[in-house]
Design a protein around this ligand. Structure first.
Ligand code: SF4
Ligand code: SF4
Length: 260
């Protein structure tokens, strides 16, 4: 475990340049903002809210029994002084008592983010990121038997499953391909950590970056209630329409705007 002395040492190292004067803060100003690929500890608030709330105290680092968390230093591009992790190096081992989240004094890491519908916090609800698979470099997609990521996943058969597929080369044997379930993947990165190929074929990215969005124009007829969703949207004008209508009403009303 990282000692307090080491944490403070890292902090001093990370912020020494900044601490030596306003000009130097200016020089590292761009680096104070995190790269969009930065992975945060479990329970982290989203984006800017996290950056505003985190006081860079390093207590989460100190609490982590696996030395997963690092404090960003100049050059890391992770938001100087804030905690992040790199799963290929050390993943989050999903401690069931979430010590990093619990110890945070400001709510930058917030237990509410680990709760669902007012229930107790649960590390299984963490949304640190989402694992994506690069099919071309995943040897399971070539037909070679590999289920290392599947077996390492703390939520095996929930967050990653194996999908059987007929091997077109032999016409007989089934390939077993890993498939990530985005509803259940916490982004702990254990799969990325254990992946056997040279550069991991499964990689965790922040969910915002990893996930697409189908918008409001498509209906999934097989999903109960999806048609109603479209009707609800059509019946409820969006805020921009409301603002435009109210501005037009004002201009069209009998007011004295043009009478002066
Ligand atoms: S849940 Fe455990 S392993 Fe994961 S970052 Fe927090 S303290 Fe470290
Ligand atoms: S404990 Fe909270 S405030 Fe302190 S560095 Fe970690 S996230 Fe930031």
């Amino acid at each position: 475990m990282t000692s307090r002395r080491e944490v403070i040492g890292k902090l001093i190292k990370g912020t020494a340049v900044a601490g030596s004067g306003g000009l130097l803060w200016g020089a590292v100003g761009a680096e104070a903002l995190p790269d969009e690929t930065t992975l945060r500890p479990p329970g982290a608030q989203e984006g800017e809210a996290f950056m505003k709330a985190c006081i860079k105290c390093g207590q989460c680092l100190e609490a982590c029994p696996y030395d997963t968390l690092k404090l960003a230093t100049p050059g890391d591009k992770m938001g100087i002084g804030t905690p992040y992790f790199e799963p290929r190096d050390i993943p989050c081992y999903m401690c069931t008592n979430y010590p990093c989240t619990e110890v945070c004094p400001t709510g930058a890491l917030d237990l509410l983010q680990l709760s669902r519908e007012g229930g107790e916090p649960d590390i299984k609800h963490a949304q640190m990121g989402l694992a994506l698979i690069h099919r071309e470099s995943c040897i399971a997609f070539w037909g070679i038997q590999c289920d290392v990521c599947y077996r390492a996943c703390p939520l095996m058969d929930v967050a990653i499953s194996l999908e059987p597929e007929t091997n077109i080369q032999t016409g007989r044997h089934a390939n077993l391909k890993p498939l990530v379930n985005s509803d259940a993947c916490t982004g702990c990165g254990i799969c990325e950590h254990v992946c056997v190929v040279e550069k991991a074929a499964i990689k965790v990215l922040p969910r915002d970056l990893a996930m697409g969005e189908f918008g409001n124009h498509y209906i999934r007829s097989w999903e109960a209630g999806d048609e109603q969703r479209i009707k609800d949207i059509q019946e409820k004008p969006d805020k921009a329409d409301e603002d435009l209508n109210s501005a037009l009403d004002y201009l069209n009303d009998d007011n004295d705007l043009f009478e002066k």
